[in-house]
Write a protein that binds this ligand. Structure first.
Ligand SMILES: NC(=O)c1ccc[n+]([C@@H]2O[C@H](COP(=O)([O-])OP(=O)(O)OC[C@H]3O[C@@H](n4cnc5c(N)ncnc54)[C@H](OP(=O)(O)O)[C@@H]3O)[C@@H](O)[C@H]2O)c1
Length: 513
């Protein structure tokens, strides 16, 4: 499919918006996220002419570092991870706007030094003092960081008129409902909700944003988007790699916390939400939030019937041997952390009554893929589906988030030359083929939205807590009723047999991606 030249596309919401000059302060400036994602995203925004005309970026971290060394660190990261190459002219302008402050986030004095440097940089570039603090630090440093910013007069309201502050918070926001509430309360004690941007980078992906466009900018889908026509929905986020070097984090998290609580529930909310009456960020966030409120709780023993958790065992992915999870470096040999979870859930509202949503995610699977598959109901058993014809494959709409971003619609077609034999065929739309420009990275869009004060793609405190409340019920159910024995699946396969049974008892099958 190609874009229709007679109709103009709606402009990208992130462009054409007047963005005020700002100072971006990255707490955790020496970290992996800064190097791999944030600095490359900022540089790409610059190359695409989307950054404000005037800005500065200040890294803050414990590792001692000079401005010059920070620029080298940035250049290396951009060279390795940017989707566009470094151009000398733009690089020089970018580099002179980068600087670094060394300090421990646990030391209140460090924030006074940080403020002094911020003010000096703002004076140097004649910046108005609109500050964005990016908490690219471990979650246990969120509280001291917020308190440090407040004590140094950079919380809310800032102690100098005309200035403003926003704060960006990275995942994970807690590990259960209680800890999520505590983090929200700490940050909320320093910043107003309207200043807080909780990132779920999945929401920054082009194809995730396209879910709303697909549903609400086309007449064809909305009439069938309900329990009358839809049989079930499958949401899959599979990862090819095992736990790599993240053993310490992963042992404490597991697949349910790491993927379902945030990314997958957000995909579910976008797929199932009611049409918002406007694109106002609060209206859109309310619509997503309502889905989370309607999720039927999975409590107590139900957790054992509606969910399957498992660990990967020794296997091979693309010809490479992978050790079992319990044999990975840094993992306890008796670990009960799940590397795979599949579950069935229901959204209890008029639109979705009785429609199962099957969610699954896992590590060490055959490939990296994210997809939402909406399967329509079977046609009546007459005409082409009547005996002796085989049952016709139901229509299936798949939204591919990665890789090969796009969508496909499976329909039945007559086999040429045959009398009436049918075969499923796909109508395929590929983002990459249809639009010549490559999709920006999620962090580009998200950083730009914070600068433009647009919180549509960010998680509100109540959404974070609603999803944690739902996930915490499952975790409690596992703790009190679950067996310590976890099923296994060989690395490089699509999950354990128990997960197949979960969906097959309803007469459906997991998709093979
Ligand atoms: N990396 C990713 O792709 C990714 C993706 C999603 C979410 N996240 C989240 O982003 C945050 C940062 O992750 P990361 O991968 O960048 O971690 P990282 O590589 O370990 O970097 C952490 C950064 O925080 C700094 N830091 C740690 N403790 C600090 C303290 N007490 N005071 C001041 N600075 C402190 C570190 O400074 P020094 O190293 O100088 O000590 C470093 O700059 C985490 O919340 C993580 O969950 C990361």
């Amino acid at each position: 499919m190609t874009p229709d030249p007679e109709h103009h596309a709606t402009p990208h919401a992130g462009s054409g918006v007047a963005i005020e000059p700002c100072t971006l302060v990255i707490l955790g400036g020496s970290g992996d996220l800064t190097r791999r994602k944030l600095l490359p995203a900022l540089y790409n925004l610059l190359l695409d002419g989307l950054l404000p005309s005037n800005y500065a970026v200040i890294g803050f971290g414990r590792t001692p570092c000079t401005d010059e060394a920070f620029r080298t660190f940035a250049r290396d990261g951009i060279k390795k991870f940017s989707r566009q190459e470094i151009r000398q002219d733009t690089w020089e302008d970018f580099a002179r706007r980068l600087c670094y402050v060394t300090g421990s986030g646990d030391d209140p004095n460090a924030y006074r030094d940080l403020r002094t440097r911020i003010e000096a940089v703002e004076a140097q570039f004649t910046l108005p003092g609109h500050r964005i603090f990016y908490l690219a630090i471990p979650p246990n440093s969120f509280a001291p960081a917020c308190q440090g910013l407040q004590q140094a007069g950079m919380g809310d309201p800032p102690d100098s008129p005309g200035r403003s502050s926003r704060v960006i918070v990275e995942k994970p926001i807690g590990r259960d409902l209680e800890s999520a509430r505590a983090i929200n309360a700490t940050i909320g004690g320093v910043f107003r909700e309207s200043q807080i941007y909780r990132i779920d980078h999945y929401l920054g992906k082009e194809t995730v944003q396209n879910i709303m466009v697909l549903r609400f900018a086309n007449a064809i889908f909305e009439p069938i988007w309900n329990h009358k026509y839809i049989d079930h929905v499958q949401i899959t986020v599979s990862e090819e790699e095992g736990i790599g070097t993240r053993a310490q984090y992963y042992e404490q998290a597991g697949a349910l916390r790491d993927m379902v609580q945030n990314h997958i529930l957000q995909l579910l909310a976008l797929t199932a939400m009611e049409p918002p009456y406007s694109l106002d960020p609060e209206v859109v966030r309310n619509a997503r939030m309502e889905v989370l409120r309607c999720l039927r709780p999975i409590r107590g023993e139900t957790a054992e019937h509606m969910t399957v958790r498992a660990q990967y065992a020794h296997g091979a992915i693309n010809g490479q041997e992978v050790p079992g999870y319990r044999r990975e470096t840094g993992i306890r040999p008796d670990s009960t952390t799940e590397t795979y979870v599949a579950l069935k859930c229901y959204i209890e509202n008029w639109r979705w009554a009785g429609v199962p949503f099957y969610l699954r995610t896992g590590k060490a699977m055959p490939k990296r893929a994210s997809e939402i598959a909406v399967q329509l109901k079977d046609i009546p058993e007459i005409l082409f589906s009547a005996a002796p014809h085989p049952r016709q494959a139901p229509n299936l709409l798949t939204l591919r988030i990665q890789p090969h971003e796009g969508m496909a619609l499976r329909i039945m077609s007559k086999i040429p030359g045959s009398k009436g034999n049918t075969h499923p065929v796909e109508m395929n739309f590929n983002y990459g083929d249809a639009f010549s420009a490559p999709s920006p990275e999620a962090y580009e869009r998200l950083l730009l939205d914070v600068m433009a004060d647009d919180a549509s793609l960010f998680m509100r405190h109540d959404a974070v807590e609603a999803s944690w409340a739902w996930v915490t019920d499952i975790l409690n159910g596992w703790d009190s009723h679950g067996s310590r024995w976890l099923p296994e699946y060989p690395a490089g396969t699509w999950g354990p047999i128990e997960a197949d049974r979960l969906i097959e008892t309803d007469g459906s099958k997991w998709r093979v991606l």
